[in-house]
Design a protein around this ligand. Structure first.
Ligand code: TMP
Length: 226
């Protein structure tokens, strides 16, 4: 039997990571073999790319004043460079992790996939959508999720959750509120265009309530007995 690729998407602080953890425990209790992974950073190479993509300005290797462009924060990541790095991470992830686990019949719970690039680099940054679609196709070889759960929370609620984590915001979390709102609107548009693949879940509910809704959706979509 082939496996399933189940993706979780949403803005910063939408609760993907804890919902994936709860889902993984629940599916394992049903005897399903589960693999949890993420983008960026689901492979060894991807972990390096994740660090390059998300490091905060204070994580930069040189102190302020040591950068060639004279800035205290280091060289900014150009938008197309960012897009290509996410595509490189995805290509490696699909080849090294997703295809093999799907072929082995496993259920993959993946924290972000192609829709993140459409939402963040497409709607957020305003990069060319047909370029993004082409890169997504090249990176995935056409592999789509069987189901995508979009955890929908207000941008302000999500960012407040991130701020209360006390770990500091990463490079993308530090973007303007207007950027995060465009990403949010992007998810709404993507979900409207793919109603059979993407299911919206109200992420503002309690963790337990959100999990209950997700389990109900997975039971129906994956034809699970319990
Ligand atoms: P997260 O794994 O903690 O959600 O962080 C990943 C960050 O990378 C998040 O800010 C969204 C961003 N991202 C993109 O901008 N484009 C992409 O294609 C992916 C996978 C993530």
């Amino acid at each position: 039997m082939g496996g399933k690729l189940i993706v979780f998407e949403g803005v910063e602080g939408c609760g993907k990571t804890s919902q994936i953890q709860l889902c993984s425990e629940w599916l394992e209790s049903l005897g399903v073999t589960v693999v949890v992974t993420r983008e960026p950073g689901g492979t060894e190479l991807g972990l390096h790319l994740r660090r390059l993509l998300l490091e905060k300005s204070e994580d930069k290797p040189f102190p302020a004043g040591r950068y060639a462009n004279g800035s205290a924060q280091g060289e900014p990541v150009a938008e197309v460079t960012e897009l290509l790095l996410y595509a490189a991470d995805r290509s490696q992830h699909v080849e090294q992790e997703l295809k093999l686990n799907l072929a082995a019949g496993k259920y993959i719970l993946c924290d972000r996939y192609t829709d993140s690039t459409i939402a963040y680099q497409g709607y957020g940054r305003g990069l060319n959508m047909s370029l993004i679609n082409q890169l997504n196709n090249i990176a995935t070889g056409g592999l789509e999720s069987d189901l995508t759960i979009w955890l929908d929370v207000d941008v302000e609620v999500g960012l407040a959750r991130k701020l209360s984590d006390q770990v500091g915001l990463d490079r993308i979390e530090q973007e303007t509120i207007a950027f995060h709102r465009r990403v949010q609107q992007g998810y709404a548009q993507i979900a409207a265009s793919h109603p059979s693949r993407i299911v919206r879940v109200d992420g503002s509910l309690s963790k337990e309530a959100v999990q209950e809704v997700i389990q109900g959706i997975l039971r129906v979509h994956l034809h699970l007995a319990r």
